[in-house]
Design a binder for this molecule. Sequence first.
Ligand code: NAD
Length: 492
Amino acid sequence: MRRYLLYIDGREIAPQTHTWFDSYNPFLAEPWAQIPQGGAADVDVAVQAAHRSFAGGAWSQLTATERGQLLCRLAQLVAREADRLAEVEVRDNGKLLAEMSAQVRYLPRWFSYFGGLADKIEGRVPPLDKKGYFNFTRREPLGVVAAITPWNSPLLLAGWKVAPALAAGCTVVIKPSEYASASTLEFARLFAEAGFPPGVVNVVTGPGHDTGAALVRHPLVKKISFTGSDRSGRALNEVAAQSFKHVSLELGGKSPQIVFDDADLGDAINGAVSGIFAATGQTCIAGSRLLLQDSIYEEVVGRLVAMASSARMGDPMSLDTQVGPIATQAQYEKVLHYIQTAQQEGARLLLGGARALRPECGRGWFIEPTVFGEVAATMRIAQEEVFGPVLSVLRFNNEDEAVDIANDVRYGLGAGVWTKDIGRAFRVSEQLQAGTVWVNTYRVVSFMSPFGGYKDSGLGRENGIEAIDEYLQTKSVWINTGAPTTNPFVLR
Ligand code: NAD
């Protein structure tokens, strides 16, 4: 079994705890790698290294253009290693090789985009209402960033944080999920090869409540950029508030896909199936609630169930596989529990609803693609994030009712609208409480367009020009060009 090391201050080192834990392959349901258990002392060494590099160290000596060039060099190295890194992710989280390869091959664009942005961060000269002064603003990096990531797309989501953070001039300590740490540890080595000074990016692995919590508490960490569940996000936000750390949170969702009776139903059904069953439902933007207008309900449900029932399950490394396993045993049990709850609450099971016992699934943690019909908006299956291949289908009568049902959850990450009526597309997009609305498409993301949540789905934005703001603070500088300073008791 492969035994990994921490990556701190440009070097691979053993954890001071002298402890490693197993990382499981979800398809085989057996350990495949050993991950170092970083303790508070390891976290401290990593944060100190990041702080040294930031505060007067090698990183702070570089110009913004030089920082950008390093990011562009990193982009080339990630592109070179993409296929290998994607395979490591599949071993760790069981998601399809086709999806992880596409993600990791796309990842270099984040480094080149934010690399290009590094030397375009500008302050401004506000017009003034006072004579005899000059005022300008500077955009300054916050300092050491803790980037805490989940297991479902480890490298892509690390890149969403690391690229803008480094472009802004911050340094970073990444704490990947304890269920999928290997790819981030491999990725870290590329920073040295690209020529980044030691300490700019560090990786400390271990459980959230221990290693993650130590990072969140550390006084030299100035910003926490977190992606994960709203439960963990709330807990760490409370701790971060004690020392007024800046926090951005990318949390869970219960995203609706609304299909109106004027939509192209073939496209909408493709979008609904991929929205929930791609990635085995283990994506924050899973379209886990399908809202169908009464008049098309039966037809769409019939066609959707037929399509979902033909999905090929099996080895995620095989490019023929369409639905892979659930990433962890705990998540597997949780999804089965939700299926049971939905049945108890009176939702009608239309497809699946059980562990997948197909021979091609071996001993892996597989659950059949599951569809519940006649789901009421108040049921737990319509309100809570399952994070698995479970679709809830709800009915609506008219546009207002569709919007009401769509917004009637505490989450607000994504939403899909399927209609050929352009006026309706604009009206409904405006009324939906979600950070991203897709019209006649679903799950499209880009490094160029902001991404984030409304309501309990989070705070702050990743991607797009806005993302850089999450890692900067503004300083206002006043210069006296001739105003009198005569009366010390009067503020001018
Ligand atoms: P999780 O909250 O269990 O863990 C996420 C990360 O936080 C892990 O690295 C974990 O070790 C760490 N962590 C947990 N508790 C912590 C604490 N108290 N202090 C510091 N660190 C802590 O989430 P998960 O199960 O890995 O991921 C699934 C969740 O992530 C889902 O809710 C999903 O919707 C969400 N997600 C959101 C987005 C988004 O962009 N909005 C993207 C992907 C996943």
